[in-house]
Design a protein around this ligand. Structure first.
Ligand code: ATP
Ligand code: MG
Ligand code: MG
Length: 551
């Protein structure tokens, strides 16, 4: 097992605790409820909740809900359920940035009174022009020197709904020549006549992300406010608000590199597009990079947490190979998933020298290493093997069944192929075989049988559906496209193959949704959370047995 990679924030937290700077740390995970959580969020969740858990602190769940147009209760519910599924619990109640709207509004008024904020009527295009560029300082807005009284009046009228969306904004008065663009009089409030999922129609002005985030951290007593590197340039503004407002605590912002995973999209906007345009069956389609997608695919929470340990936390960025995530789930399922047999493309085999009507109940271990008990498997005259395990003209070194060749049936006897029955088109529809009664759990006398294949009895096996999932994108960088193309052009057309009429061994009749198995020689499979029913299972391929990509 590869070792966990370093997390540069651990020593920082450790030092802050040892020096007495903080008696206890408080972190937070602050999703915007505008989509489902994806594998990138898992990194942030494991980091924030993980540090709190490791150092005896607390981690809040806070919905960063300042943009009502794109947010929805469905996302709020899904996010909470996904965080819990991943194995974490937040301290106290769920927090909403919208809880702080009244306080933020009061603070905006304080800034106006202190001459540090003003109402600005520049149009977005004009504001862009006044803002300058990285190499050119900006120009002061013509509305910048309004009196405090006029600003208070205009802001009150903004709040009262007297202006249309976009008519004006409230801006901080900082420095239009600041080298850091974020300090060039950033927007504090926008007018948006929109219904909010938490505050209803109470507000028609909404605070900006920048005006909300740090103060929310301060109100919750967050000690380490951890975000991704895009916010590094926002840190001076984050600190400006904390320095210019009577906040109850001084959180500190730290940035880390976001997770980029090859073959994978981790942008809520694009994931939503996949859902909205029907490229997948929903946010929890097993091919999605969402946590609910991985869950349905059969990933365990432990495997995702393990993956997050393996990638570590740093500021360097880069692209992580999806093979590492697949390694993490394969390792977990190899150690913990019950073994079973399922024939994906059944070919009937009649064992002509096995007495008609006779059934032997064989017992097979559920796991080769762990003591997970046994499963009963009836052996009888008629069985199914996989059509791919019989070859009339086998290549050299073929280890499965061929005319007059022998193979071992897993956990059972050695059989010999005597005759293939074909239909009018020449397709093989049945095999006639004979078995060697002296080979149950023993090698045959005087000859070597190399191959072992899986099988199920005809009588008692269970017809089932098997969904073979593969990577949703066929290129390592799905965002990279030919001129004018979109990431949708990189969708792998073979990312889902549905097989019906598969035959599962009888013990799988009891499979409950989310039960996980290694189907011998086929891969790791999970009974689908939504569509699988005891007696009528649907299995999702979680991951192949080995990395077979590109072979
Ligand atoms: P998206 O770009 O998908 O919309 P976001 O950053 O806007 O993502 P938020 O809901 O704001 O989504 O994310 C909540 C938290 O998760 C933030 O602190 C953010 O930094 C973190 N996060 C989001 N994506 C990643 C990622 N790919 N890797 C690590 N952390 C991430
Ligand atoms: Mg965000
Ligand atoms: Mg976003």
């Amino acid at each position: 097992t590869p070792a966990a990679a370093a997390n540069f924030l651990r020593p920082i937290v450790q030092t802050d605790l040892e020096s007495g700077k903080h008696a206890k740390i408080i972190t937070r995970f602050p999703p915007e409820p505008n989509g489902y959580l994806h594998i990138g969020h898992a990194k942030s969740i494991c980091l924030n909740f993980g540090l709190a858990r490791e150092f005896g602190g607390e981690c809040n769940l806070r919905f960063d809900d300042t943009n009502p147009a794109k947010e929805d209760q469905e996302y709020i519910d899904a996010i909470q359920s996904d965080v819990r599924w991943l194995g974490f619990e937040w301290s106290g109640p769920v927090h909403y940035a919208s809880d702080y709207f009244p306080q933020l509004h009061d603070w905006a008024i304080e800034l106006i009174k202190a001459g540090k904020a003003y109402v600005c009527h520049l149009s977005p295009d004009e504001a862009r022009e006044y803002r300058g560029t990285l190499t050119e300082p900006g120009k002061n807005s013509p509305y910048r020197e309004r009196s405090v009284e006029e600003n208070l009046d205009l802001f009150a009228r903004m709040k009262a709904g007297e202006f249309a969306d976009g008519a004006c904004v409230l801006r901080a008065k900082i420095d239009m020549a600041a080298p850091n663009m974020n300090l060039r009089d950033p927007i504090l409030y926008r007018i948006r006549h929109a219904h909010h999922h938490q505050t209803g129609d109470q507000w028609c002005i909404y605070p900006s992300y920048d005006f909300t985030h740090g103060q929310s951290d301060a109100l919750e007593g967050i000690t380490h406010s951890i975000c991704t590197l895009e916010f590094e340039d926002h840190r001076p503004l984050y600190e400006w608000f904390l320095d210019n407002l009577p906040v109850p605590s001084k959180p500190r912002q730290y940035e880390f590199a976001r997770l980029n995973l090859n073959y994978t999209i981790t942008s809520k906007r694009k994931l939503k597009q996949l859902v909205d345009e029907g490229h997948v069956s929903g946010w929890d389609d097993p091919r999605m990079s969402t946590l609910s997608g991985y869950r349905r695919r059969g990933y365990t929470p432990a495997s995702i947490r393990h993956f997050c340990d393996l990638i570590g936390v740093n500021r360097a960025g880069g692209v992580v190979d999806i093979g590492m995530l697949e390694f993490a789930i394969r390792e977990d399922l190899d150690a913990n998933a019950s073994r079973a047999m399922c024939v994906l493309k059944p070919l009937k085999v009649v064992i002509t020298n096995y007495p008609e009507g006779q059934v032997e109940l064989l017992e097979l271990a559920r796991h080769p290493k762990q003591d997970m008990g046994v499963r009963a498997l009836p052996f009888a005259r008629e069985i199914y093997i996989d059509a791919g395990d019989y070859e009339e003209n086998p290549p050299k070194g073929y280890k499965r069944l061929e005319p007059n060749g022998e193979v071992r049936l897993r956990g059972s006897y050695v059989i010999r192929a005597d005759e293939a029955i074909k239909d009018a088109e020449g397709n093989i529809v049945e095999l006639r075989c004979s078995y060697d009664p002296a080979t149950l759990g023993k090698n045959p006398e005087g000859r070597k049988v190399k191959g072992v294949i899986h099988w199920v009895p005809v009588e008692g096996s269970l017809e089932c559906e098997v969904r073979l999932y593969d990577r949703l994108f066929k290129s390592a960088n799905p965002e990279k496209t030919e001129d004018g193309g979109s990431f949708l052009d990189n969708i792998n057309p073979d990312s889902l193959v549905v097989l019906t009429g598969c035959r599962a061994e009888p013990s799988l009749a009891q499979a409950q949704p989310e039960d996980r198995f290694q189907f011998e020689r086929e891969g790791y499979f999970t009974a689908d959370l939504k569509d699988s029913k005891p007696g009528a299972p649907v299995f999702n391929r979680t991951v192949t047995l080995r990395d077979s990509w590109g072979q």
